[in-house]
Design a protein around this ligand. Structure first.
Ligand SMILES: Cc1cc2nc3c(=O)[nH]c(=O)nc-3n(C[C@H](O)[C@H](O)[C@H](O)COP(=O)(O)OP(=O)(O)OC[C@H]3O[C@@H](n4cnc5c(N)ncnc54)[C@H](O)[C@@H]3O)c2cc1C
Ligand SMILES: NC(=O)c1ccc[n+]([C@@H]2O[C@H](COP(=O)([O-])OP(=O)(O)OC[C@H]3O[C@@H](n4cnc5c(N)ncnc54)[C@H](O)[C@@H]3O)[C@@H](O)[C@H]2O)c1
Length: 470
């Protein structure tokens, strides 16, 4: 039953990072805006994403550091005790603090600009909003921003695990740490959470398909990363799963190991980290005139976020383009601005691409991926961090970096690597890509001694030498 009608200029579906940025941009451009949210306020990033995962990883790093002091001649005598309840208590306490900041900022938005309920398109600019079985509100807008985020994609066969099957959201609500977890999916989430749980004393086995390791596409870097993680915890990047089932309150998995033998192991939980799917299925997009791709996502312009020539814009994880926090914020701003100025639309800010996996060693990707480069058009510079001075000093000397430069112009195209302090070096490289610097210009920049960035310089010198000999 529809009990009220609201008219507005810009209706925004989802009050996550992209939706909030879109709301602010629409208001800043002088339009009325309505922020529609079907779940709790607080954003995926703060509630179940970036922040709680980094909090769990921070605890894991503390445990790992404490266990690895002896090589420096520093001995911690006695047991290193990990209190699962205290670990999870801090994760949740700090997570709630971050969520609180977001909720406070949403509280500052006038009540008449907010509507609780799930939105569904009736036509291009009319939405029906409400909860299942509850009263519905009709929202008549002149433009709409879709910022509905993404959700874990769980393969159907995993349902056999019943209540033993968890996703990232569940992990951050645990009161204590379990004894054992099978993690499926060595992508970003699986690597980050799998390694963190392992370092916190949980028995972890990480299963992948087709040999993928995080987002890496460069085969040599991927192989190196695989061996680093395999040396730390049980990791089958190309697992042959023979059976999945339940035995009492345990998950049971039978898989084939490298020598062909069948092994059966039991776990307290199975964590599905098998990718995320954009939240577009329940939006009633079939009631719009939009063309959709094979995943049901409207075709859109990545620079303007506009769907075709319609007054509908799509930002953040919902568009499945670059599902990262800073991209959601940028795209939300672009979508909100263009929705406000529609039918006049302009390209928004697109920065050089940058992605960091908070594993240890960290993985980073900047600019063009190896997989996207045209063979023969580029040269690759390499550095191993195994003998890199500063990295050895700190006993963090594991890593392999590849940087790619355009053969004709000598410009930096991108880089993929695993290594120490990658989160920081990634920024240097992303800024260089965005400034379209050549390798020669980068080598003219200062490098202090002794720092991990000297490793980057070695890779750049390697590229420079290859550019001159080619
Ligand atoms: C475990 C994990 C770790 C991550 N770590 C990082 C990291 O370290 N760095 C990084 O850059 N990124 C990270 N990400 C990715 C990052 O969290 C996302 O890219 C970002 O949060 C996407 O923001 P968004 O606004 O698109 O979606 P969200 O914040 O999910 O917002 C979408 C909102 O839409 C609402 N909604 C959905 N459908 C409807 C509807 N029909 N009607 C009304 N409301 C609706 C949802 O309830 C939700 O509140 C991580 C993600 C996960 C899961
Ligand atoms: N540090 C960060 O920036 C960060 C952290 C977490 C998440 N994220 C974002 O969230 C997105 C989603 O992360 P994700 O890790 O869920 O997805 P992902 O796409 O990165 O990885 C999914 C992995 O699951 C594997 N997989 C798929 N089906 C499988 C199966 N049946 N068995 C075993 N493995 C299977 C895939 O091969 C892949 O390796 C990322 O792409 C990223 O944009 C970012």
């Amino acid at each position: 039953m529809t009990n009220q009608i609201i008219t507005t200029d810009v209706a925004i579906i989802g009050a996550g990072t992209a939706g909030l940025a879109a709301y602010r941009a629409a208001i800043a451009n002088g339009k009325r805006a309505l922020l529609i949210e079907g779940g709790p306020y607080g954003t995926t990033c703060a509630r179940v994403g970036c922040m709680p995962s980094k909090l769990l990883i921070a605890a894991a790093e503390a445990a790992h550091e404490a266990r690895h002091t002896a090589a420096f001649g520093v001995h911690i005598d006695g047991e290193i005790r990990i209190d699962g309840r205290e670990v999870m208590d801090r994760v949740k306490r700090e997570r709630d603090r971050f969520v609180g900041f977001v909720v406070k900022s949403v509280d500052g938005i006038p009540a008449e600009h907010k509507l609780a309920g799930f939105a569904r398109f009736v036509d291009n600019t009319t939405l029906q909003v409400g909860f299942d079985g509850g009263e519905q509100t009709l929202v008549q807008a002149t433009r709409v921003v879709i910022a509905s985020g993404s959700s874990p994609a769980i393969p159907e066969p995993f349902k056999v695990f019943g209540d033993r099957l968890v996703v990232n959201d569940d992990v951050f609500n645990w009161d204590t740490l379990p004894h054992s977890v099978a993690v499926f999916g060595p992508g970003v989430i699986g690597l980050e959470l799998g390694q963190a749980l392992s370092r916190l004393g949980v028995k972890v086995r990480l299963f992948g398909v087709r040999g993928g390791v995080g987002p890496l596409t460069d085969p040599q870097v991927r192989d190196y990363a695989k061996s680093v993680f395999q040396s730390e915890f049980a990791f089958n990047p190309d697992a042959q799963i023979e059976h999945m089932g339940r035995n009492g309150d345990k998950a049971v998995i039978t898989f084939r190991v490298a020598n062909g033998e069948s092994v059966t192991e039991t776990f307290d939980y199975v964590l599905a980290a098998t990718g995320r799917t954009p939240n577009v299925r329940g939006l009633g997009l079939e009631n719009t005139g939009l063309a959709l791709d094979e995943r049901g996502v409207p075709l859109f312009n990545a620079d303007t976020t506009q769907c075709g020539t319609s007054p509908i814009f799509i930002a953040g994880d919902a568009n499945n383009f670059l599902p990262l926090l800073h991209e959601a914020a940028d795209e939300g701003k672009t979508a909100g601005t263009n929705a406000a100025t529609w039918p006049q639309v302009n390209p928004g800010l697109r920065r050089a691409t940058i992605a960091v996996v908070f594993s240890d060693p960290q993985i980073a990707m900047v600019g063009k991926r190896f997989a996207d480069l045209i063979p023969g058009s580029f040269v690759t510079g390499e550095v191993s961090f195994e003998d890199q001075g500063r990295s050895r000093v700190m006993l963090r000397n594991k890593g392999l970096m590849h940087v790619y430069a355009d053969r004709q112009t000598g410009r930096l195209l991108g880089a993929e690597w695993i290594g120490p302090r990658a989160e920081n070096i990634a920024h240097l490289l992303a800024w260089a890509v965005q400034q379209q610097l050549t390798i020669a210009q980068m080598l003219d920049m200062p490098f202090y001694h002794p720092v991990v960035e000297e490793g980057l310089r070695t890779a750049l010198r390697d590229v420079a030498a290859k550019l001159t000999t080619n």
